[in-house]
Design a protein around this ligand. Sequence first.
Ligand SMILES: Cc1cc2nc3c(=O)[nH]c(=O)nc-3n(C[C@H](O)[C@H](O)[C@H](O)COP(=O)(O)OP(=O)(O)OC[C@H]3O[C@@H](n4cnc5c(N)ncnc54)[C@H](O)[C@@H]3O)c2cc1C
Length: 608
Amino acid sequence: MTNYETFEYDVLVIGAGGAGLRAAIEASAAGVSVGLVCKSLLGKAHTVMAEGGMAAAMGNVDDRDNWKVHFADTMRGGQYVNNWRMAELHAKEAPERVHELESWGAVFDRTKDGRILQRNFGGHRYPRLAHVGDRTGLELIRTLQDHGIHQGITVHMEYTIVALLKDGARIAGAFGYDRERGRFKLFKAKAVVVASGGAGRSYRITSNSWEGTGDGHSLAYHAGAELLDMEFIQFHPTGMVWPPSVMGILVTEGVRGEGGVLRNKDGQRFMFDDIPDNYKNQTSTDPEEGWRYTQGDKNARRPPELLTRDHVARCINREVKEGRGSPHGGVFLDIAWIKEKISNAPEHIKKKLPSMYHQFMQLANLDITKEPMEVGPTTHYIMGGVRVNGDTQMTNVPGLFAAGECAAGLHGANRLGGNSLSDLLVFGKRAGEFAAKFARENSAGSINDADIEAAATEALAPFERGEAVGGSVEGPYQVQRDLQVMMQDLVGIVRREDEMEQALDGLGRLWKRAGQTVVYGHREYNPGWHTALDLKHLLTCAEAITRCAIDRKESRGGHFREDYPEKSAEAAKANSIVWKAADGTMQLRREPIPEMPEHLKQVIEEMK
Ligand SMILES: Cc1cc2nc3c(=O)[nH]c(=O)nc-3n(C[C@H](O)[C@H](O)[C@H](O)COP(=O)(O)OP(=O)(O)OC[C@H]3O[C@@H](n4cnc5c(N)ncnc54)[C@H](O)[C@@H]3O)c2cc1C
């Protein structure tokens, strides 16, 4: 076997976003050796883009808030297919995790009496999002990074993991390469935490950074882990739609939290026309009351613009489809109108939403303090992911853990805004803690040379094919593009059986083409090679999404079926699970959701 540079750790963490950093800190604090691998530079993970805030029921702005309300909001938002244990732990532990972050140096916005300020967000009954203007992810990453670098964690930046390695059933390490030189690296580890983020890059229009190619979902799946509820994709209602070069970039929900309203081309606030029954008693039908809510009036109900993301995205989709959209295929989001209410509105907007102001000035030459923005849905978040134990975050593969966006369960069919950043902290910590425990209780596994060579051969195959067939073949970019267009068109916001069956056929053809793509040149600085390797992950996620979406014959949260527009009581009782069979095919089953304990049922009843 070739001698690859080899590193040995008790715990290897793949991903340096909020979840990976928090896991690495916790594992290191437990006294085990920790390696942290990430595709980009430390501090550049996708989490850095998070804007609006992290949800934690601290009750600083409204003292009626507590873990029970947060738990009930999360379950209602997720339409009750969530892992209720994760929702309980998250609601209970998020405040402590946010205070801990503060004690490590995070500089949150403040209430007048000096406590952490909390803002309104869709689906949260009370102001709940701890934030730093609209740059909360940056502060979260900065703080964890500052704290983490003093913990003795070894960081491998700009490395890509291409395969997980096992010893029999249990995890034993990972194999990857450094992106600059293209040299292979072997990682031996007693426990591995996958914290690789989302898979939005499977779609054409997305808010996700280039890293969101579903690597962790796919690495875990190919190593024998199960994926849960992959049909649930969140299309965030407000992404930029113009100019084309910036299509999909996120416009934070914070804009609506600060009083921004949605209008169609006729100037109508169309969200008032369609308020779902289960939110009717919490939603205002009067614009004035909605405005008062955004300004902190505890007796007012929230405006319909702050309904859950799945619903708002579908309403926008409807307006556009029925010919009431904006010139570039979106609708209007207006924060400038608040000048009717606030004397220093432009300064107020710039202070509350500094990134949004700059984003639109620089990318669209539009001043949001004066004009409405044009926005439309963008693929934002995947609720589905690696199936984990709610307490420990361990998968069904012993020693393999998952946390953050690549893990599933907490958010059910639809994630509430702000619940991801607190998810990263709560379950990143738990993954680190239990991975360290596993590493202490188990010796290192041994890795088979043949498995290492197989991973290296697979990774180099696009070069080898190039040499074998000469010049008349396909590179990876067209396959990637065709996949993204197909998923957007056929497995998007509104789904139908016949279109998804077409997508499944298309995926068969794309898998074939991906297996024939060629890459030329050297392994150093070769983005074509990186893209060729991403294809396996993108296709694995796309196939899982499509199979689960065909199988769920109802509409729920982020999964809307035109042919089954209602919820089904039967489908509500089960999660979708996919796994890789011995013959390499993707298998699917539906598994009953465990019965919720009485005390949690009562909480939901009380909060209705
Ligand atoms: C624009 C935007 C705004 C958002 N705002 C909010 C918000 O206000 N509140 C909120 O709660 N949520 C928000 N979200 C969602 C939230 O930011 C993400 O869900 C969350 O940051 C994901 O964190 P993570 O730690 O799971 O992964 P990420 O931050 O995506 O990090 C993934 C890490 O894994 C590494 N990685 C991936 N694959 C590999 C591989 N093969 N080998 C090695 N390393 C790998 C990457 O390099 C990276 O370091 C927002 C999302 C977007 C796009």
